[in-house]
Write a new protein. Structure first.
Length: 190
C-alpha cells in the first residue's frame, strides 16, 4: 500500500486556507445594546388570598402581595413637584380598561407633532392644532379627585414624573388590572 504524500501542493493550499480562515481577527459586530432597566417582575401564583398593593414614593416602586406572599414589584412614576401623589391608605373604587384624562393631555399639530406636552382642556389651542386627552389605560381609581393607577410612561425609573397618578409599566398594568378588584387595598407611603 502506498503512503499518501502529506506535502503535496494541494495539501499545502488547504492548510494555508484553513490558517487564513481561523485567524485571530473577529468578524465585525454590532455595537453593544444600551442596558435597559428591568421595570417589573411578576410571579403571581393565583393562589389563595387577597391582592394588596404598597407604593413607596421614595423608591418610586410598588410591591404586590397575595395572601401575604410576594407576587411581584415594579417601578412606578408618581407625582412630580407641584403634583404630588398623596400618601395614605386607599382602596380601588373603579376599574376602566380604556380611560382618558379629563384634566391633562397635550396639543399636537396636524401632523401629530406635540407642540405642548403639558396641556389642560382649558389651554388655548392654536389654529390648525388640537387638544388630545392623555390616555390612562387599565385605570384603577383610588381617590374621588382623580388619583389612580394606570399604564403609562416611566421615563426615568426611580424618579417622579406624573401629575399625581401612579403610572405602571405598560406590560404589567393589564396583569395587575386582572387580579385586583374594586375594594383592593392600596397603601402609599414614603
Amino acid at each position: 500500500m502506498a503512503t499518501p504524500n502529506l506535502f503535496s501542493p494541494l495539501n499545502a493550499i488547504a492548510a494555508a486556507a484553513a490558517m487564513a480562515l481561523s485567524s485571530c481577527a473577529t468578524a465585525p459586530q454590532a455595537p453593544p445594546r444600551k442596558a435597559e432597566h428591568v421595570l417589573y417582575e411578576w410571579y403571581d401564583d393565583h393562589g389563595p388570598g387577597e391582592v394588596k398593593v404598597h407604593i413607596d414614593l421614595t423608591e418610586q416602586r410598588a410591591y404586590y402581595t397575595r395572601g401575604g406572599r410576594d407576587i411581584g414589584w415594579s417601578y412606578v412614576a408618581t407625582g412630580k413637584e407641584g403634583h404630588r401623589t398623596p400618601s395614605g391608605t386607599y382602596s380601588i373604587t373603579e376599574k376602566i380598561v380604556d380611560k382618558y384624562s379629563n384634566r391633562y393631555g397635550w396639543i399636537e399639530d396636524e401632523w401629530g407633532n406635540v407642540t405642548n406636552g403639558d396641556a389642560k382642556p382649558s389651554t388655548r389651542v392654536p389654529a390648525g392644532e388640537r387638544y388630545v386627552p392623555a390616555p390612562m389605560p387599565y385605570w384603577m381609581r383610588l381617590t374621588s379627585y382623580g388619583i389612580g393607577m394606570h399604564a403609562g410612561v416611566i421615563p426615568r425609573p426611580g424618579e417622579a414624573a406624573s401629575h399625581g397618578c401612579i403610572r405602571l409599566p405598560r406590560q404589567l398594568a393589564p396583569q395587575l388590572f386582572e387580579v385586583v378588584r374594586v375594594g383592593t387595598p392600596v397603601r402609599i407611603s414614603h
